[in-house]
Design a protein around this ligand. Structure first.
Ligand SMILES: Nc1nc2c(ncn2[C@@H]2O[C@H](COP(=O)(O)OP(=O)(O)OP(=O)(O)O)[C@@H](O)[C@H]2O)c(=O)[nH]1
Ligand SMILES: [Zn+2]
Length: 332
């Protein structure tokens, strides 16, 4: 079919429509820019991210629905940002401040993907059931050491242990206390106030991690009785909807401390790490590395191994060395 040429009049009309559109866009951009110039940049914290949308809390505690400028990197929950209001309760994030700490998880392609920033405490939850795994606990501790955050061991559901078995059960974790990791014994059945845990969270931005079934959700529920209200406030301020609740979110605890919650992060595992980094992850081993007779000691059957000597005289718990060697094996 031959192509029909547009008449002069039709072309003129299309031009006019395009011009008008262009003008409207220019006016709007100018209005946004004018407002940007008027409103000084402010600091804020990302409470939750949903795709390109961010809920940013300003220094006065008000939440703004923001978009981020494209060239500034990817802000995540907990990030400190510079932003400016751009009218109708919305804001534009113009810069990402340096992160003090960041918790990442490898994505499907094995690349580290940041999940939460600026947290300062990892609360590792375990329980009598499911059976605690020292190997998993050590991996979380290594992660905390490498990220540079405090680690706290919270043993939940302790009511499941008989009084007679209790000393032996507690003894299994005593060496972690000796390493300087605080140990908390919790039971929602016996003491739902969680006073000791609340005290340990005071002044920190914490995150709960641990294997499925140890009671993390129950602890979060008890710590955040107003979680639904906080979610409602966030979605009202941002219009992002309640489906954002499955995203990593920073909640405010009763005393003003923060708890970052994300179902996905709760069971994160240690990603691939460098052997040198691995040694930094074990407090008691870091200073022993390099003191074996052989520089390439595998800490296995070699004579004069500093690590095995430390286990033999009780300075290092055998389970800790076993985890270290197991993880070292997977580094190679
Ligand atoms: N006996 C006892 N059971 C508890 C306690 N706290 C939680 N539970 C139970 O333990 C089970 C697991 O608790 P959750 O809070 O769902 O565990 P979770 O770690 O969040 O599990 P995932 O969501 O799979 O990661 C539930 O049946 C809880 O009711 C407690 O203090 N004592
Ligand atoms: Zn050695």
């Amino acid at each position: 079919m031959p192509r029909r040429r547009l008449s002069e009049r039709q072309i003129e009309r299309i031009r006019t429509i395009q011009d008008r559109r262009r003008q409207r866009l220019a006016d709007r951009t100018e209005a946004v820019l004018a407002e940007l110039e008027e409103a000084p940049p402010e600091a804020g914290t990302v409470v939750v991210r949903h795709g390109a949308n961010l809920a940013v809390e300003d220094e006065a505690g008000k939440v703004w629905h923001c978009l981020a400028r494209q060239n500034i990197g990817e802000p995540v929950c907990g990030d400190r940002v510079v932003w400016q209001p751009i009218g109708s309760g919305r804001g534009l994030v113009t810069a990402l401040m340096a992160r003090r700490t960041v918790l990442s998880r490898p994505d499907f392609a094995g690349r580290d993907k940041p999940l939460a920033a600026n947290l300062d405490q990892l609360v590792i939850v375990l329980a009598p059931r499911p059976e605690p795994s020292p190997y998993l606990l050590d991996q979380y501790l290594v992660a905390a050491e490498l990220i540079g955050v405090r680690a706290l061991i919270a043993v939940a559901k302790t009511d499941l242990v008989d009084e007679t078995e209790r000393p032996a059960f507690e003894q299994r974790f005593a060496h972690y206390g000796a390493l300087g990791y605080p140990l908390l014994w919790l039971s929602l059945r016996r003491d739902a106030t969680l006073a000791s845990l609340a005290a340990a969270l005071h002044g920190h931005t914490s995150i709960l991690v641990g294997q499925s079934g140890v009671g993390k959700s129950s602890l979060v529920k008890a710590l955040l009785p107003d979680r639904e209200i906080q979610i409602g406030r966030l979605s009202a301020a941002t219009g992002l909807g309640r489906h954002t609740t499955s995203a990593t979110t920073r909640y405010r605890l009763a005393d003003g401390s923060f708890l970052i919650d994300s179902p996905g992060v709760r069971s994160f595992r240690l990603g691939a790490i460098d052997p040198a980094d691995l040694a930094r992850g074990f407090r008691e081993l870091a200073s022993l590395i390099g003191h074996c007779r052989f520089s390439d000691c595998r800490h296995d059957r070699e004579p004069d191994c500093a690590l095995k000597a430390a286990v033999a005289d009780g300075r290092v718990h055998p389970e800790r060395l076993a985890t270290f060697l197991h993880l070292l094996g997977s580094c190679r």
